[in-house]
Ligand binder design. Sequence first.
Ligand code: GLC
Length: 554
Amino acid sequence: MTQHLAAPAAPDSGTRTDWWRDAVIYQVYPRSFADGNGDGMGDLEGIRARLPHLRDLGVDAVWLSPFYASPQADAGYDVADYRAIDPMFGTLHDADAVIRDAHALDLRIIVDLVPNHSSDRHDWFRRALADGPRSPLRERYHFRPGKGPGGELPPNDWESIFGGPAWTRTTDPDGTPGEWYLHLFAPEQPDFNWEHPAVRDEFRSILRFWLDMGVDGFRVDVAHGLVKAEGLPDIGHHDQLKLLGNDTMPFFDQDGVHDIYRSWRHVLAEYAGDRVLVAEAWTPTVERTAHYVRPDEMHQAFNFQYLGTHWDAAELRAVIDGSLAAMRPVGAPATWVLSNHDVTRHATRFANPAGLGTQLRTPGDRALGLRRARAATLLMLALPGSAYLYQGEELGLPDVTDLPDEVRQDPSFHRAQGQDGFRDGCRVPIPWAVDGPSYGFGTGGSWLPQPAGWGELSVEAQTGDPTSTLELYREALRVRRTQPGLGAGDGIEWTGAPAGVLAFRRAEFACTANTTGEPVRIVAPGRMLLASGPVDVTGAEVELPADTTVWWAV
Ligand code: GLC
């Protein structure tokens, strides 16, 4: 740690300590947010220049997807050096500047930590390969001899999340076929062996490195994957991706992961301020997710059950109740999320018939999708707990569903022979300006092609237009900060409502969401604060238009 990178102060939280309990956290996907040097790739300089947009939007914190030194086999989720910035994104000085500027604007910074696997270009893995089968460095990963007479079969039947076997065979230094190594994701992402003390020590040290840099927390990638069942037992089925919701998977959600997060909590406690750990933990149930946020572990976990819920009142109510109930006993805030860099944007999911999944190639009915997306966002921001926004959703961006195969970069697209892996569609660089070579993303091009008409959705086009999605988000976040009962607490009171309508209140706030495609008349619960679409309140009754959410002061 060099002297000039002394930790900048976090925003002053005044008397508030648990800032994260109701925080709105905005995910920046660095390669697609803003390009500061005109090379077509987003970077830290670009992020720094656009921080005022995030302050004006009204979010509390920014989560940065990985910017570390990486060969980019999985868009930076393959880290070669956890303490260095990839030159395509900038330098450690740029990271320092982003953290300082964010804090000066009262924004907190959460960085992405990728502990399940490194890049195959990480120094440990390269040396482990070069040193040959007896290298002690191999014990930091999962190297095993193959099965079969010549070791030509993988050590077990596990399949990669990105398709194909979860094992790749190595070549020994003398050129003969050697051991195999485990990678739950791409072959360029070998899994660490978390039973090895050096791995545990190294990650505590990495946490300290970034805490010294002044970050306010970590989003922990694949937090459910670090510990594997002893002996790496066979699963006994093919098509394992379909089983991923099953808690018996020997590589996911093993109880041993929790010791790791307890030890990380101690590391955070060494630092002043209120810093947080956020679990990306895909588990079968919200009850299993709650284990990650027990009082001595992480602070928050993503609510992927909510993300996977259709625009349907009964389904939404069940997941909302289930999430609040699961978090209450452990004292953690519920979290809510509709979009991220791994799934089709919610404006496009809701434009398509329910049940198609979270990776789509069909644009659907865009007007319907946007109307529902705006309503879904107001519903999400009305719930108690913390909410996550994904860059561009404040512009109502749809997924880009027609990217030609040859421009796609998602490794899971290429490995699964086009069966899955349509994550590029939500990663297209976002539009800032109506015109220009990449709609204000940068002065050069854009690493994924932006569709025609992208400029009409830009920040510039939407600013000042009271009907725009951007102004809706700005207003929603402003009201959320000022209206008592919004965002806080751990429960809501459901009030009677016609079928297909969700109605609840908390303190002096009420929310009504019509998830049906027809207008519904209800008694107005109070004074209208904000609506996701045009609504006329006349007298004591109100007609809630189709797919519309309204906030009320009561
Ligand atoms: C997480 C990331 C995803 C990445 C994977 C492997 O699920 O969100 O983008 O591909 O981990 O690191």
